[in-house]
Design a protein around this ligand. Structure first.
Ligand code: LLP
Length: 432
């Protein structure tokens, strides 16, 4: 019935998450409020880690893509679950450092890492830097040389694979700002240059085909394209790549009708293809890395809002305005993303109305859902938007000087704040 096993309805007819009444959470912490279920997040981590153990003899590392939802507590949870961490900025790296995350298990991504960010990564002995382009390669080599440190590197490759997902989150095709292209020979040139760089240790290659991908075939194809590339590298340079990072992008349930594959299936299929292809190419099985973000946290988080206004426009539509919107969830305005919505205090009622859920920003496009089925809404109701665990808090802004909401973690019937609500003082902290 629900997009996540964490969600249910209690005897009062209220939506629960991790066994806790969402109405009590709203009363205790206020709205808007992001709420996450810790047990379910941990289960997702464990599902990935054990899939690699079962299908690939444990020769791999699952690095949580922290861009999906980054805070110190997520870093701590990932560490406890034996995960690595994918960071894409000095800010995400700083968060990991402050959370005490083991730096050897951090991988650093980005298509325009600055000098300062690279220096920070090198000085903190980040486990792997995923180099995206030639300028970065040069800059990184300079830093490594100056610091007299050998830096472990993977190269980001565009494998030339198109996937069926929103064009903004498609990344594997040649027309992309990310990585070195295979087709043009750029990727091989990057390999040669890295092998020549004395202070860089080329560990392997990386690709990421896109995000919210439901099909398994593009992942299988990427694995086989990359295995062939590893063989080509060996043939042309005599060096065999030890690691293959296949990125993230595994689709999740946003609507109850969505039917994503289990992680286990992705890992199993990719393992089968890799084993077959490596044997065919006569290369050793590489150590594999994955970078799931959305599939770790996306369906395990919800946002609670309070309905402030119900505006019926006869024969047109009914707008329900909430105390948040595009500032805490810009996914509808960016991608026309679909999320299930419900009245949390009437979760047992039938969804016999259709509304447009509007935010409170001064912008007509500030919507969370259009024509979405929901229970009858009254002013003061608590509205839950589901599957907001990924790319909501992390993409939130202070537009209209709205303070970012707090984030609450639920575990075994208990709640605790993991990110405080911003105050008005926070908003002017850097004003001069
Ligand atoms: N690795 C790389 C290199 C990536 O670029 C991404 C996502 C991931 C891993 C994690 O992908 P995931 O498993 O979370 O799908 N803001 C968009 C999603 C942008 C994804 C960017 N890269 C959204 O709200 O749908």
């Amino acid at each position: 019935m629900f997009v996540s096993d964490a969600l249910n309805v209690n005897e009062k007819g209220h939506l629960t998450i991790g066994g806790v009444d969402t109405i009590e959470i709203a009363e205790q912490f206020g709205t808007p409020c992001y709420v996450f279920d810790e047990n379910q997040i941990r289960k997702n981590c464990q599902a990935f880690v054990s899939s690699i153990e079962e299908n690939y003899d444990g020769k791999g590392l699952v690095c949580y893509a922290s861009k999906a939802f980054c805070c110190k507590e997520m870093c701590r949870i990932c560490d406890e679950e034996k995960m690595g961490l994918d960071v894409v900025s000095g800010g995400e790296l700083f968060t990991a450092i402050k959370a005490g995350f083991p730096m050897g298990k951090v991988i650093f991504h980005g298509n325009n890492k600055t000098y300062d960010e690279l220096l920070m990564a090198v000085q903190n002995n980040v486990g792997r830097i995923i180099v995206d382009n030639f300028s970065e390669l040069e800059m990184l080599e300079g830093i490594a040389k100056e610091k007299n440190i050998t830096v472990p590197v993977l190269l980001r490759i565009k494998p030339g694979i198109e996937v069926h997902t929103h064009e903004f989150i498609r990344t594997g095709q040649i027309d992309s700002k990310f990585g070195f292209a295979l087709e043009t020979g750029e990727a091989m040139e990057a390999v040669a240059r890295t092998l020549n760089a004395k202070f860089l240790e080329l560990r392997g290659v990386h690709c990421h085909i896109g995000s919210q991908v439901f099909e398994i075939d593009p992942f299988k194809l990427a694995s086989s394209v990359m295995a062939k590339f590893i063989r080509q590298i060996r043939d042309e340079t005599g060096v065999e790549m030890k690691e293959l990072n296949l990125g993230g992008g595994f689709g999740i349930k946003y609507l109850t009708t969505d039917n994503p594959e289990k992680f286990y299936e992705y890992v199993r299929c990719v393992s089968v293809v890799l084993k077959r292809e490596c044997e065919k190419q006569g290369i050793n099985l590489p150590f594999i890395l994955f970078e799931p973000g959305r599939s770790i946290v996306g369906a395990e988080g919800i946002t609670l809002y309070t309905a402030g206004v119900v505006k019926k426009i006869p024969n047109i539509r009914t707008y329900v305005s909430i105390d948040g919107g595009m500032a805490d969830n810009p996914r509808y305005i960016l991608y026309q993303a679909q999320h299930e919505i419900m009245v949390a205090n009437k979760a047992a009622w039938e969804k016999d109305c259709a509304i447009t859920l509007a935010g409170k920003c001064c912008e007509s496009g500030d919507l969370i859902a259009e024509n979405a089925p929901i229970q009858r809404v009254h002013v003061g109701d608590i509205i839950a938007v589901l599957s907001t665990g990924a790319y909501n808090y992390s993409m939130a802004s202070n537009y209209n000087r709205l303070p970012r909401p707090c984030a609450v973690m639920v575990k075994d019937g208990e709640c605790r704040e993991i990110i405080k609500r911003e105050s008005y003082l926070d908003l002017i902290r850097n004003d001069i």
